[in-house]
Structures are given as C-alpha cells and as structure tokens.
Ligand binder design. Sequence first.
Ligand code: ADP
Ligand code: MG
Length: 234
Amino acid sequence: MSDLLRLENVDAFYGSAHILHGLSLHIQAGERVGLVGRNGVGKTTVVNTLLGLARLQQGRVWLNGHEHRRLRPYMAAQHGLAVVPQGRRILSNLTVEENLLLGAAVGRAGPWQVKDIYRLFPILQERAHTPGTALSGGQQQMLAVGRALMANPALILLDEPTEGLAPVIVDQLAEVFNAVAEQGTALLLIEQNMSLVVRVAKRYLAMAKGSFVAQGEVHNTRESLHDLESHVMV
Ligand SMILES: Nc1ncnc2c1ncn2[C@@H]1O[C@H](COP(=O)(O)OP(=O)(O)O)[C@@H](O)[C@H]1O
Ligand SMILES: [Mg+2]
C-alpha cells in the first residue's frame, strides 16, 4: 500500500534559516499519528514544506504516492491531504457556510457534505449565515475542521487544533477527531496537549530541533501520557 504522505530525508529552509534536518515520515491510510514537540522545533514547518511554503532543499516528498519536487499549496488538497492550519485562518469576508463550501472547491468525491458537518457541529448550522470571524475561537476551530473535511481528505493534518481552547471544547474536538478516524480518514495531529494525543493517536513522533528524536506507540494510559510528556519537557 502506498503512503498518503511520505517524506524522505527532508531538509527545509525559510530563506537561509535551516529548519528541518534529514526528516523522514510515512503515513498510511487510516493511521492516527501524533506529532509532538516544544514550540519552535519545526512542527508547522513540516506542514509548510509539503505545502511548498518552506523550501524543500534536500530530500523527497510524495503526496499520495506522487513525488513532487516543486510543491505548491494546492497540490496537497488535490492528492487528498487537507490541512487545518495553526491559527485557523477563517476568512472574515465569507459566512460560515461559504467557508465550508470553499473547502469543497477541490472537488474530490467522498462522504462529507455541508449537512454532515452541521451534524458534527450543530452550532455551525445555527450560525451558518454569520461571518466566519464573528464566531468564538472554539467555533472557528470547528469551522476550520469542517472546512478541511469538506475536501473529503484521505489524510487530515491538524496543526495545534486545540491551542487556547477551553477543556469542554477540547473534549468535543477529541470526539470528532475519533469519529473522523473511525470513518477511515488518517490523522496527523500536531499537539502540545498530550492528554488529547493519548485519546486520539495510536503512534507518535517526537521532534526536537528539526529532527525526530523518538517515536513509538500511543495508548490511552497514564504511562503513555507520561512517556509523551517526557519528550516535550526535555
Ligand atoms: N516564515 C518563517 N521565516 C523564518 N523562520 C521561521 C518562519 N516560520 C517559522 N520560523 C522559525 O522556524 C522554526 C520552526 O518553527 P515552526 O515550524 O513554526 O515550529 P513549531 O510549529 O514546532 O512551533 C522556529 O525557529 C521559527 O522561529
Ligand atoms: Mg507550530
């Protein structure tokens, strides 16, 4: 089976700043992977590299089995990879519903339609015709997740989706991520909240200074939680 996302020995830069060092990563259909590490280690740069927003200087990147040497932001969606960016990036001049429909612009067939997103997040239906940025932070995150699902991705990359959100919203998102994974979509969950990682992921990659320094299985246990926390404390 080919990987939905594969990076081999990737070095990535912003200008002359060398951020990723020899990074390799494979994600297959249906996998649930947690990507953890302290602020500034390069987690978002992994996403930015496959979107072509950080410069791939060395190494190789495959999106759903297709190798690309000149990556562009639209390529990921075309290959079934949807990104929920850090900081959400909801468009202020579009309504909630228009933001969702934008997610479907890539035109991939699949199970997710607006009505399904409203079933997942009823509050979005109540607020369907208000500007996206009029929503609370938690609601905007739901909208960002809904928008990504509208692309009917085989893999969804979530970059710190619970940053700054109240525990009750984090719990709701955890349930949604598990429901999405059970329906067959692979997840790459970039998180600082390890109690969320143990509830959602089955394996983890721990990053420091632009490289992976540890990896292993994840279980929803205290031991697994402590193991993960040890990798982000160092
Ligand atoms: N656009 C950019 N230009 C230059 N350096 C950047 C840019 N974005 C991030 N960086 C730097 O790259 C490093 C990794 O950042 P990032 O991937 O955002 O880390 P993380 O997501 O793990 O917090 C940090 O040192 C950060 O300051
Ligand atoms: Mg980041």
